[in-house]
Design a protein around this ligand. Sequence first.
Ligand SMILES: Nc1ncnc2c1ncn2[C@@H]1O[C@H](COP(=O)(O)OP(=O)(O)OP(=O)(O)O)[C@@H](O)[C@H]1O
Ligand SMILES: [Mg+2]
Length: 245
Amino acid sequence: MSRRAKAPSSPADVPRGVASFRGPVAELAKVRKTVNGTTILNDVSLGVHAGEVVLIRGASGSGKSSALRLLAGIDTPDSGTVRLLGEDLSETAPRARARLIRDRVGIGFQDPLLDNALPVIENLYGLARVNGHFSEHRRADRERLAWLAETLRVSHKLHGLTAVLSGGEKLRLALGRALMARPEVLLLDEPTHMVDSPGKKALYESLTQIVASESVTVIIVSHDDEARAFAQREIVFDQGRASSS
Ligand SMILES: Nc1ncnc2c1ncn2[C@@H]1O[C@H](COP(=O)(O)OP(=O)(O)OP(=O)(O)O)[C@@H](O)[C@H]1O
Ligand SMILES: [Mg+2]
């Protein structure tokens, strides 16, 4: 997309592995999932290519979060295939699957699950540090942290307590945490849940800026009008079935 070519790069934007295989970076092929006798995903197929920003939308209960959980490796289908970054998740050993998701995928779901007792900055880098993707001794990592905090408009709050952040600030902080390790794929499920209109606008402005300067593939589930403007393409879920629009 042309908007990407014009945007400044984030600090230390490192080469990614996405060029090493062809085809979608995230894919569901003929996926079926039944829970307690009810089919919640019925022969769902979808594919998202590197660098795409795709919105998944549809009525409540249509299967959007269930599909995203499969792509995040949190859940498994009854039949069909889930492929992520060239790997068939059902063929990948649990440890390797966990490593793939941890190292190359950013996940932001409805509830940000932040540690309210910690300073904001520690929620931002903590997970990445545990996973070996952030060190305060690496200049590139410090610069990335500062750039994300600035872009997500939480830089003036970094040394304050997480508990006092507003709902919108907490969601932007959770988004920063998901992006800290330079993921190739970002999976977001209703990232503006319970946020007012200015809060939504702020989050999508930040996301647009980040996506414009990084080669990250985004799959976002949302009911927001702002998300429709942000995405390049939509996949609509309807009673456990998916169709591109
Ligand atoms: N683990 C589960 N056990 C029982 N039912 C489930 C489970 N997971 C999902 N469902 C059901 O599957 C259907 C699809 O759920 P899902 O959370 O994917 O919907 P959604 O499209 O994300 O809806 P919303 O917009 O409300 O978040 C719902 O009817 C839900 O109750
Ligand atoms: Mg949902």
